[in-house]
Design a protein around this ligand. Structure first.
Ligand SMILES: CC(=O)SCCNC(=O)CCNC(=O)[C@H](O)C(C)(C)COP(=O)(O)OP(=O)(O)OC[C@H]1O[C@@H](n2cnc3c(N)ncnc32)[C@H](O)[C@@H]1OP(=O)(O)O
Ligand SMILES: O=C([O-])CC(=O)C(=O)O
Length: 369
């Protein structure tokens, strides 16, 4: 009789890779990105600098940062075929599916697609980062019958992204907050989507396929899809007490409350959520309307008392997006766009030091032979 190896459902705590990209140090409450704490970085650096850190392994000098911003702008153009394909999708298509389709189309335009060298992979990573805001925004617009929008070269990366979403030139505070969200979403060790991307890359498949798989993973509401679900839940009610009642009712029905809990930070608040909560406060101060903050804070108390659970990044990110005037179906696509920096770094690392992922199973079926 064969002895069965220990099976851990959901691979909780299982080490799936060795990486120098990032690590969640739960005890020290630090999200280590290439040696730096993401939360500290969020206070003094911007998204472009984190992109450089993730893909080049170090923070950029001022000149390197300026060059990176130029490179991203040089890659803004998206083949018109991508827009043509998006036009074929039925109107009920979720933008995450539009984006998955759009990104996958790009593979066909890469004339060196079989080149897995570091230089070729990095070039693709920057190209995808340049193109993704346009694909993200238009996956929502085109499917909704609107004309596509294109980037404005005279704005910064984040300002342009937000401008394309809302159609209005954003204020300095709005850009700063949106950029901080991109930074916080940029990388997070080994979530399901990163694992999915690395598994795909480990067959020597290309970055387009790996990232397309990661979009599918990120769409689910146990992962990236939670930010949209949080906003729909907040919009179900109009007052703080109605929100408290809604949460209690859901808990009674054994429903999961979106935006709470985390595989790694189960008994602590996600450190990123503290930053997004602060961003929400800043936006409330600006428009004088504190209702969403008060609702979310009341929800936090209910969940701590009833379940001992704490907010993850998506809980406060959702109302921040709302206050920035971003349509709800774009919340998860924006998460993916931001995460492209981290995902690309992981795909490159996998290609640079690859061994095929191929685990085994404990068979529980019948045996007739
Ligand atoms: C940026 C991100 O992607 S962060 C994740 C975003 N996802 C969400 O917010 C979805 C809601 N949260 C969840 O579903 C979970 O907390 C996850 C998926 C994030 C983590 O899941 P796991 O580590 O597998 O924990 P699991 O689902 O087994 O939960 C453990 C216990 O806590 C409970 N629990 C966990 N999260 C929640 C929640 N949000 N609401 C209510 N109960 C919860 C479970 O019901 C379970 O209770 P039980 O032992 O009595 O059955
Ligand atoms: O780490 C995870 O499992 C999910 C998460 O918070 C992220 O991807 O940012």
């Amino acid at each position: 009789m064969e002895t069965k190896a220990k099976y851990v459902p959901g691979l909780e705590g299982v080490i799936a890779a060795e990486t120098s990209i990032s690590f969640l140090d739960v005890e020290k409450e630090q999200i280590i990105i290439q040696g730096y704490d993401l939360i500290e970085l969020s206070k003094r650096k911007d998204y472009a600098e984190i992109v450089h850190l993730l893909l080049e392994g170090e923070l950029p000098t001022a000149a390197e940062k300026a060059k990176l911003e130029e490179i991203l702008k040089d890659y803004y153009d998206v083949p018109s075929n991508v827009m043509d394909v998006l036009r074929l999708l039925p109107e009920q298509t979720h933008p995450m599916d539009g984006m998955r389709t759009g990104l996958s189309v790009l593979a066909g335009f890469d004339e060196a697609i079989e080149d897995r060298t570091l230089t070729a992979n990095k070039k693709r990573a920057y190209q995808l980062l340049g193109q993704l805001p346009t694909i993200t925004v238009n996956s929502h617009r085109i499917i909704n019958g609107q004309e596509p929008v294109y980037p404005l070269q005279d704005l910064s990366y984040s300002a342009n992204f937000l401008y394309m979403i809302t159609g209005e030139k954003p204020s300095e505070l709005e850009v700063e907050i949106f950029d901080r969200l991109l930074l916080l979403y940029s990388e997070h060790e080994m979530p399901n989507s990163t694992f999915a991307a690395r598994v795909i890359a480990s067959t020597n498949s290309d970055i387009y396929g790996a990232l397309t798989g990661a979009i599918a993973s990120l769409k689910g509401n146990l992962h990236g899809g939670a930010n949209e679900a949080v906003m729909y839940m907040l919009n179900e009610v109009k007052t703080v007490s109605e929100f408290e009642e809604l949460l209690l009712k859901k808990l009674q029905k054994k429903e999961k409350i979106m935006g709470f809990g985390h595989r790694v930070y189960m008994k602590k608040m996600d450190p990123r959520a503290l930053i997004t909560k602060e961003a929400l406060r800043q936006l409330c101060e600006k428009d004088g309307d504190y209702l969403l903050l008060e609702m979310c804070e009341a929800g936090e108390k209910v969940m701590e008392k009833e379940k001992g659970l704490y907010p993850n990044l998506d809980y406060y990110a959702a109302p921040v997006y709302w206050k920035l005037g971003i349509p709800i179906p774009l919340y998860t696509p924006i998460f993916f766009s931001a995460r492209t920096a981290g995902l690309a770094a992981h795909v490159i690392e996998q290609h640079e030091n690859n061994r095929l992922f191929r685990p085994r199973v404990n068979y529980t079926g019948a045996r007739h032979v």
